[in-house]
Write a protein that binds this ligand. Sequence first.
Ligand code: ZN
Length: 361
Amino acid sequence: MNEVPEISTLANILGGKIGELPTTYLGMPLGAKCKSKNIWNSVVERCENKLVNWRSQYLSLGGRVTLINSVLDAMPTYMMSLFLIHGKIIKKLDAIRRNFLWQGNGEGEKKHHLVKWEAVITTKKEGGLGIKNLKAQNKSLLLKWLWRLAADEQGLWKEIIIARYGREGPWTTQEVKTPYERGLWRTIRNQWQKMWGNFVIKLGNGRKTMFWNDVWVGQTPLRQQFPNIYNLNQQKLATILEFYNTLEQAKSLNFEEDKLLWKLDKDGKFRVKAAYKLLDISIETKEWCPWKMIWKGTIPHKVACFTWLVANQAVLTQDNLMKRGRQLCSRCFFCEAEIETVNHLFLHCKVIENYGNGSLI
Ligand SMILES: [Zn+2]
């Protein structure tokens, strides 16, 4: 930074302290490179510190899932709402969350990870535990800035960004192409194409809507609906009539400004949750199972989590232990007639069935 003459005198007059960059301001790194891994150190540290307290307590799988969903997933959210998360940091945070999730499964240091992590971080509806996919969460949080730039009436930050990068149409800035511009806005602006397909325009006074290029009537831009007219080729009369009819819809113009509407939410407002669903492409293909039933029932959460393990055939039955290298002679502990598998133990074992019927009680 530039040298400031008489800095200590100025600091005395203003009653401030002399600091150095990079520093932290309102919990955000100031003066650091936005793509640096180091700006995430405090987030990783805070997650690790949480684990120190939690590890000393006995927690069920359900308890651990709740803590991950409500605390560990939320801790990087503030930073992720502004910065693109580094791939190596995702790996670190995933390792922290994964190891905590499966702690308690196995002896000593070696813990069994019972279900693939890719499957765990899908939504409950798709067969996961609803633990966040950090990459998708990060991008959906960043998309909110594009929405705010397009939809907010005013804001100093908006004016600064537009002044710095220039407008491209009424809804966003120009693309940031220069290689040395590795700033925050370049990362965010790069998501615009992905975002644009999920908007429709609500026509107001027609000032902001590009006649040929925006989707304001029908499902595609008029240049695609009427390519011949668009290219100024000769057009048959019928098509021109059709074209005229669409113009009739412009009668609905009024005095309000044109507005962008987000297609994925009913009220047309952008929500991170809907964007997350759009971006979460980590969904594992699984055999169909009525996953919803597990979570919609009125059973305690820890029982639902255990049922989820059973549905994944991932409980540490003897056959699963053998797959993990344990030397065993597998026999069902109850009937001693069959190999102990998840299906046998929870569905087919005659002895357990009799317990259920009350005949052995
Ligand atoms: Zn049995």
